[in-house]
Design a protein around this ligand. Structure first.
Ligand code: PGA
Length: 257
Protein backbone atom coordinates (compact mmCIF):
# COMPACT_ATOMS: atom_id res chain seq x y z
CA UNK A 1 0.00 0.00 0.00
CA UNK A 2 1.40 3.40 -1.01
CA UNK A 3 1.74 5.69 2.01
CA UNK A 4 1.61 9.45 1.76
CA UNK A 5 5.10 10.68 2.62
CA UNK A 6 5.44 12.53 5.91
CA UNK A 7 7.79 15.48 6.35
CA UNK A 8 8.28 16.91 9.83
CA UNK A 9 10.09 20.16 10.61
CA UNK A 10 11.61 20.46 14.08
CA UNK A 11 12.33 24.15 14.64
CA UNK A 12 14.12 23.50 17.95
CA UNK A 13 15.17 26.79 19.61
CA UNK A 14 16.48 28.40 16.43
CA UNK A 15 14.14 31.36 15.97
CA UNK A 16 12.53 34.17 17.93
CA UNK A 17 8.76 34.38 18.32
CA UNK A 18 8.66 36.88 15.44
CA UNK A 19 10.87 34.65 13.32
CA UNK A 20 8.60 31.65 13.91
CA UNK A 21 5.48 33.60 12.97
CA UNK A 22 7.15 34.86 9.79
CA UNK A 23 8.28 31.34 8.89
CA UNK A 24 4.83 29.87 9.53
CA UNK A 25 3.24 32.53 7.30
CA UNK A 26 5.70 31.93 4.52
CA UNK A 27 5.26 28.14 4.70
CA UNK A 28 1.51 28.40 4.89
CA UNK A 29 1.42 30.37 1.63
CA UNK A 30 3.88 28.11 -0.17
CA UNK A 31 2.31 24.87 0.99
CA UNK A 32 -1.28 25.76 0.17
CA UNK A 33 -0.71 24.83 -3.45
CA UNK A 34 -2.21 21.69 -4.98
CA UNK A 35 1.30 20.60 -5.82
CA UNK A 36 1.80 19.56 -2.20
CA UNK A 37 0.68 15.98 -1.64
CA UNK A 38 2.93 15.04 1.29
CA UNK A 39 1.70 15.26 4.85
CA UNK A 40 3.57 18.13 6.50
CA UNK A 41 4.01 18.77 10.23
CA UNK A 42 5.82 21.74 11.76
CA UNK A 43 7.03 21.77 15.37
CA UNK A 44 7.64 25.33 16.56
CA UNK A 45 8.44 26.34 20.13
CA UNK A 46 5.71 25.89 22.76
CA UNK A 47 5.21 29.64 23.06
CA UNK A 48 4.32 30.07 19.38
CA UNK A 49 1.91 27.14 19.11
CA UNK A 50 -1.24 29.08 19.84
CA UNK A 51 -0.47 31.93 17.40
CA UNK A 52 0.61 29.50 14.67
CA UNK A 53 -2.48 27.35 15.22
CA UNK A 54 -4.58 30.45 14.53
CA UNK A 55 -2.52 31.28 11.47
CA UNK A 56 -2.88 27.77 10.00
CA UNK A 57 -6.54 27.26 10.75
CA UNK A 58 -7.59 27.71 7.13
CA UNK A 59 -4.71 25.65 5.78
CA UNK A 60 -5.36 21.91 5.95
CA UNK A 61 -1.98 21.15 4.37
CA UNK A 62 0.14 21.83 7.46
CA UNK A 63 -0.34 20.16 10.84
CA UNK A 64 1.09 21.34 14.11
CA UNK A 65 3.35 19.39 16.44
CA UNK A 66 5.16 19.99 19.74
CA UNK A 67 8.83 19.28 20.39
CA UNK A 68 8.25 17.34 23.59
CA UNK A 69 6.03 16.73 26.58
CA UNK A 70 6.44 15.85 30.25
CA UNK A 71 5.73 12.23 31.24
CA UNK A 72 3.23 13.25 33.90
CA UNK A 73 -0.16 14.62 33.10
CA UNK A 74 -0.15 17.25 35.84
CA UNK A 75 1.57 18.25 39.03
CA UNK A 76 4.18 20.42 40.66
CA UNK A 77 6.74 20.50 37.83
CA UNK A 78 7.89 24.07 37.41
CA UNK A 79 8.70 25.04 33.85
CA UNK A 80 7.46 21.81 32.24
CA UNK A 81 4.88 21.31 29.50
CA UNK A 82 2.08 18.83 30.10
CA UNK A 83 -0.10 17.00 27.62
CA UNK A 84 -2.97 19.06 29.06
CA UNK A 85 -1.24 22.19 27.74
CA UNK A 86 -0.84 20.66 24.32
CA UNK A 87 -4.01 18.72 23.61
CA UNK A 88 -5.98 21.65 22.22
CA UNK A 89 -3.05 22.90 20.15
CA UNK A 90 -1.27 20.05 18.40
CA UNK A 91 -2.00 16.74 16.71
CA UNK A 92 1.62 15.53 16.78
CA UNK A 93 4.47 15.53 19.30
CA UNK A 94 8.13 14.47 19.11
CA UNK A 95 9.33 12.31 22.01
CA UNK A 96 12.73 10.83 22.80
CA UNK A 97 14.67 13.30 20.70
CA UNK A 98 18.35 12.92 21.56
CA UNK A 99 18.65 16.60 22.52
CA UNK A 100 15.77 16.13 25.00
CA UNK A 101 17.24 12.87 26.27
CA UNK A 102 20.47 14.70 27.01
CA UNK A 103 18.70 17.39 29.05
CA UNK A 104 16.11 15.28 30.87
CA UNK A 105 17.87 11.87 30.92
CA UNK A 106 14.64 10.10 30.02
CA UNK A 107 14.97 6.36 29.55
CA UNK A 108 13.38 4.47 26.67
CA UNK A 109 10.70 3.34 29.14
CA UNK A 110 9.88 6.92 30.13
CA UNK A 111 9.73 7.93 26.47
CA UNK A 112 7.01 5.30 26.09
CA UNK A 113 5.13 6.75 29.08
CA UNK A 114 5.17 10.06 27.19
CA UNK A 115 4.07 8.36 23.95
CA UNK A 116 1.14 6.59 25.62
CA UNK A 117 0.07 9.74 27.42
CA UNK A 118 -0.01 11.57 24.10
CA UNK A 119 -1.96 8.75 22.45
CA UNK A 120 -4.56 8.86 25.23
CA UNK A 121 -5.02 12.54 24.45
CA UNK A 122 -5.37 11.98 20.70
CA UNK A 123 -1.88 13.26 19.84
CA UNK A 124 0.31 11.16 17.53
CA UNK A 125 3.81 10.57 18.92
CA UNK A 126 6.93 10.69 16.76
CA UNK A 127 9.35 8.50 18.69
CA UNK A 128 13.04 9.17 18.00
CA UNK A 129 15.64 6.45 18.27
CA UNK A 130 19.12 5.81 16.96
CA UNK A 131 22.71 4.92 17.77
CA UNK A 132 25.48 7.16 19.08
CA UNK A 133 28.81 7.62 17.29
CA UNK A 134 30.43 5.23 19.81
CA UNK A 135 27.81 2.55 19.22
CA UNK A 136 28.27 2.93 15.48
CA UNK A 137 32.03 2.51 15.65
CA UNK A 138 31.64 -0.49 17.94
CA UNK A 139 29.35 -2.04 15.31
CA UNK A 140 26.43 -1.96 17.74
CA UNK A 141 23.90 -0.10 15.58
CA UNK A 142 21.60 -3.04 14.93
CA UNK A 143 21.69 -4.10 18.60
CA UNK A 144 20.81 -0.59 19.72
CA UNK A 145 17.89 -0.34 17.28
CA UNK A 146 16.58 -3.79 18.25
CA UNK A 147 16.78 -2.96 21.96
CA UNK A 148 15.05 0.40 21.61
CA UNK A 149 12.38 -1.08 19.40
CA UNK A 150 11.77 -3.90 21.84
CA UNK A 151 10.83 -1.32 24.50
CA UNK A 152 8.66 0.62 22.04
CA UNK A 153 6.78 -2.47 20.87
CA UNK A 154 6.28 -3.83 24.38
CA UNK A 155 4.36 -0.66 25.28
CA UNK A 156 2.08 -0.40 22.23
CA UNK A 157 -0.78 -2.42 20.82
CA UNK A 158 -1.95 -2.80 17.21
CA UNK A 159 -4.09 0.32 17.36
CA UNK A 160 -1.64 2.62 19.12
CA UNK A 161 1.29 1.39 17.04
CA UNK A 162 -0.35 2.42 13.77
CA UNK A 163 -0.89 5.92 15.17
CA UNK A 164 2.77 6.16 16.11
CA UNK A 165 5.62 7.28 13.88
CA UNK A 166 9.13 5.98 14.43
CA UNK A 167 12.00 8.30 13.53
CA UNK A 168 15.40 6.73 13.00
CA UNK A 169 17.93 9.43 13.79
CA UNK A 170 21.55 8.35 14.16
CA UNK A 171 22.80 10.74 16.86
CA UNK A 172 26.05 11.42 15.05
CA UNK A 173 24.12 12.68 12.01
CA UNK A 174 22.02 15.24 13.91
CA UNK A 175 23.15 18.78 13.16
CA UNK A 176 26.57 17.52 12.04
CA UNK A 177 26.28 17.58 8.26
CA UNK A 178 27.34 13.91 8.31
CA UNK A 179 24.86 11.48 6.85
CA UNK A 180 24.60 7.70 6.66
CA UNK A 181 24.77 5.76 3.46
CA UNK A 182 21.15 5.48 2.15
CA UNK A 183 21.51 1.68 1.96
CA UNK A 184 22.27 1.50 5.66
CA UNK A 185 19.10 3.50 6.37
CA UNK A 186 17.08 1.06 4.22
CA UNK A 187 18.65 -1.78 6.22
CA UNK A 188 17.52 -0.18 9.51
CA UNK A 189 14.02 0.47 8.15
CA UNK A 190 13.78 -3.18 7.06
CA UNK A 191 14.98 -4.33 10.47
CA UNK A 192 12.34 -2.19 12.19
CA UNK A 193 9.62 -3.60 9.93
CA UNK A 194 10.85 -7.15 10.49
CA UNK A 195 10.75 -6.72 14.26
CA UNK A 196 7.25 -5.21 14.08
CA UNK A 197 6.10 -8.09 11.86
CA UNK A 198 7.44 -10.69 14.25
CA UNK A 199 5.68 -9.12 17.23
CA UNK A 200 2.46 -8.19 15.39
CA UNK A 201 2.10 -9.03 11.69
CA UNK A 202 3.24 -8.01 8.22
CA UNK A 203 0.26 -5.76 7.58
CA UNK A 204 0.97 -3.65 10.68
CA UNK A 205 4.68 -3.66 9.84
CA UNK A 206 3.93 -2.09 6.46
CA UNK A 207 1.49 0.46 7.86
CA UNK A 208 3.73 1.95 10.53
CA UNK A 209 5.43 5.07 9.23
CA UNK A 210 9.18 5.30 9.67
CA UNK A 211 11.14 8.51 9.16
CA UNK A 212 14.80 9.20 8.66
CA UNK A 213 16.32 12.23 10.42
CA UNK A 214 19.80 13.74 10.69
CA UNK A 215 21.26 16.48 8.45
CA UNK A 216 18.46 16.17 5.90
CA UNK A 217 18.84 18.83 3.19
CA UNK A 218 17.12 19.46 -0.16
CA UNK A 219 19.87 17.63 -2.04
CA UNK A 220 19.88 14.43 0.05
CA UNK A 221 16.27 14.08 1.30
CA UNK A 222 15.10 11.92 -1.61
CA UNK A 223 17.90 9.38 -1.00
CA UNK A 224 16.33 8.28 2.27
CA UNK A 225 12.74 7.74 1.17
CA UNK A 226 10.74 5.49 -1.13
CA UNK A 227 10.98 1.78 -1.93
CA UNK A 228 12.28 -0.21 1.02
CA UNK A 229 13.45 2.94 2.80
CA UNK A 230 11.73 5.51 5.01
CA UNK A 231 8.24 7.00 4.53
CA UNK A 232 9.48 10.51 5.11
CA UNK A 233 11.99 12.68 6.91
CA UNK A 234 12.41 14.57 10.18
CA UNK A 235 14.21 17.81 9.44
CA UNK A 236 15.94 20.08 11.95
CA UNK A 237 18.28 22.83 10.71
CA UNK A 238 16.94 23.00 7.15
CA UNK A 239 13.33 23.28 8.33
CA UNK A 240 13.77 26.85 9.57
CA UNK A 241 14.56 28.04 6.04
CA UNK A 242 11.28 28.07 4.19
CA UNK A 243 12.71 27.52 0.70
CA UNK A 244 14.86 24.63 1.84
CA UNK A 245 11.99 23.01 3.70
CA UNK A 246 9.63 23.36 0.72
CA UNK A 247 12.31 21.90 -1.58
CA UNK A 248 12.73 18.96 0.79
CA UNK A 249 8.97 18.33 0.73
CA UNK A 250 8.87 18.48 -3.07
CA UNK A 251 11.92 16.25 -3.50
CA UNK A 252 10.51 13.67 -1.08
CA UNK A 253 7.08 13.54 -2.69
CA UNK A 254 8.57 13.34 -6.19
CA UNK A 255 10.64 10.32 -5.14
CA UNK A 256 7.80 8.53 -3.38
CA UNK A 257 5.17 9.24 -6.10
P1 PGA B 1 19.17 18.22 11.75
O1 PGA B 1 18.28 17.81 12.98
O2 PGA B 1 18.32 18.10 10.51
O3 PGA B 1 19.58 19.65 12.01
O4 PGA B 1 20.32 17.30 11.72
C1 PGA B 1 17.43 16.70 12.92
C2 PGA B 1 16.72 16.53 14.22
O5 PGA B 1 17.27 16.91 15.25
O6 PGA B 1 15.61 16.00 14.27
Amino acid sequence: MMQKPLVVGNWKMELSFKGEIALAKSLSTQLESDEISAEVVICPSFTSLSAIQELLKTNPKVALGAQGVHWEEKGASTGQISVNHLNSLVTWCIVGHSEQREITHVTDELVMVQANLLLRHGIQPIICMGETAEEKSADKTLDKISNQLEVILSQLNRVTLTKTVIAYEPLWAIGSGETPDPDSVSEIVLLIRKLIASRFDQEIAERVRILYGGSVKPDNAAEYVGGPSANGVLVGGASVHSMQFVDIIKNVQRKVA
